[in-house]
Design a protein around this ligand. Structure first.
Ligand SMILES: [Zn+2]
Length: 411
């Protein structure tokens, strides 16, 4: 039994901070939260005075196995697969060490990494995997070179192809991805900032009947649907078809009636501001221009969605521009209009709900898994603390201390 004593607790439910709340941990679970000192005398006491205890952080949109947008990297021909796998393992370790105890991978990471973490071969967060992106011919999952050639590399059987050629093809593609171990179905109904010229943020992909088949099949297999959709017709199709989360959603402000549909249906909004910070500096003109154009709409979309009652979940969309600190998204959410407490909820309690993991993680409550981060200082006065490893004093995953910088953490 361990007791984290003397810290300020932010529990991830949206409630304000509680000073002097002790978290009592028995094996994997949180046994109690108390301000009375009523734990068994044999408990190991960890004094976290002057620090803040948070639920383990969650990134709902990452690409842990992606290490660049250039063609050779995306096609996996720039280095041996073993080198690439070890590079990815290091990202998994660093992500956990940064206080991220759960991550939803939005394509690229295969089930072998999840298994390796579960077997203790390497350290990493709890994973929710999508494997690949389901989209039609010409959609963002259909990888062709700028010269029009499709990829020369055979498909990785652990990352089944997500390209759908017709309505009849939708269900088999979903089933194959689930068969390969996907926990969630990732799809795309629009282009994006970084997609090929001609398939931009408001250009649609998929018709309503195809998206209805996709969501129906995914739900029949007990998988949620996370949908890349920035704006225009594709965004509307995704929401009408009943996806479970809208990823990016940059032009939601142009379709305010869709926000009510999202609230009614409990559709989450994962805006992924972080990736656009990098897209705005892209060397590619069309990417830079799209990212600059959507910037104001994106922040306005967040404010309107939040005001309408849509639940917001934090996700970075990291990978293409390397792996910046995942907590950059928390700072971006604050810049776009959430309070620090709301932004923390988007990266904890709401994020867990978005992933369907709220019974186990996301908040510091009795009976949940003891996934916790102890931060030296007060992240409510400066959320950027969460991006500085010198302030991440302790990380616990399932009650086990996986990072311990208590001796050196800045207080
Ligand atoms: Zn993504």
């Amino acid at each position: 039994m361990k007791v984290l004593k003397g810290g300020t607790l932010i529990d991830g439910t949206g409630a304000g901070p509680v000073a002097g709340a002790a978290v009592v941990i028995r094996e994997q679970l949180i046994e109690a939260i108390t301000t009375r000192g009523d734990w068994p005398s044999e408990a190991e006491i960890i004094d976290v005075s002057g620090m803040t205890v948070l639920p383990g952080l969650i990134d709902c949109h990452d690409h842990l196995a992606m290490h660049g947008y250039d063609l050779a990297r995306r096609w996996g021909i720039d280095e041996p697969q073993s080198t690439r796998a070890l590079r990815t393992a290091r990202v998994l370790q660093e992500t956990l060490a940064a206080g991220y105890t759960a991550v939803r991978d939005a394509a690229g990471l295969d089930t072998g990494f999840k298994r390796a973490i579960e077997e203790g071969l390497t350290a990493g967060p709890r994973l929710v995997l999508s494997l690949n992106i389901v989209s039609p011919i010409g959609g963002i999952g259909d990888r062709v070179s700028p010269s029009g050639f499709s990829c020369c590399v055979p498909n990785d059987p652990l990352l089944p192809d997500g390209v759908v050629s017709s309505l009849a093809d939708v269900r088999p593609v979903v089933r194959r991805i689930v068969r390969a171990g996907a926990d969630v179905i990732k799809c795309a109904t629009t282009g994006g900032a970084s997609s090929r010229p001609g398939h931009g943020p408001r250009d649609g992909a998929f018709n309503l009947d195809e998206m209805q088949a996709l969501t129906e099949e995914a739900h029949a297999l007990d998988r949620r649907v996370m949908c890349h959709a920035l704006g225009g017709r594709g965004l509307r199709v995704a929401i009408e078809a009943g996806v479970d989360s809208i990823e990016h959603g940059c032009y939601l402000d142009e379709e305010p009636e869709l926000l009510d549909r999202m609230v009614e249906r409990g559709i989450f909004f994962v805006p992924t501001f972080t990736v656009y910070e990098f897209h705005r500096k892209s060397a590619l003109l069309h990417v830079r221009e799209r990212a600059q154009h959507l910037q104001e709409h994106h922040a306005e979309s967040l404010r309107r969605a939040f005001a309408a009652g849509v639940k917001i979940a934090a996700g970075t969309d990291a990978g293409g521009h390397g792996h910046p600190k995942n907590a950059m998204e928390i700072e971006c959410l604050v810049k776009a209009g959430l309070t620090p407490l709301q932004a923390l909820r988007a990266a904890t309690g709401w994020a867990a709900e978005c992933l369907g993991m709220e019974r186990d993680v996301g908040t510091v409550e009795k009976g949940k898994l003891a996934d916790l981060v102890v931060v030296a200082g007060d992240p409510l006065s400066d959320v950027r603390l969460l991006q500085d490893s010198a302030h991440i004093a302790l990380v616990l995953k399932g009650g086990e201390i996986v990072v311990n910088r208590m001796a050196t953490a800045l207080r």
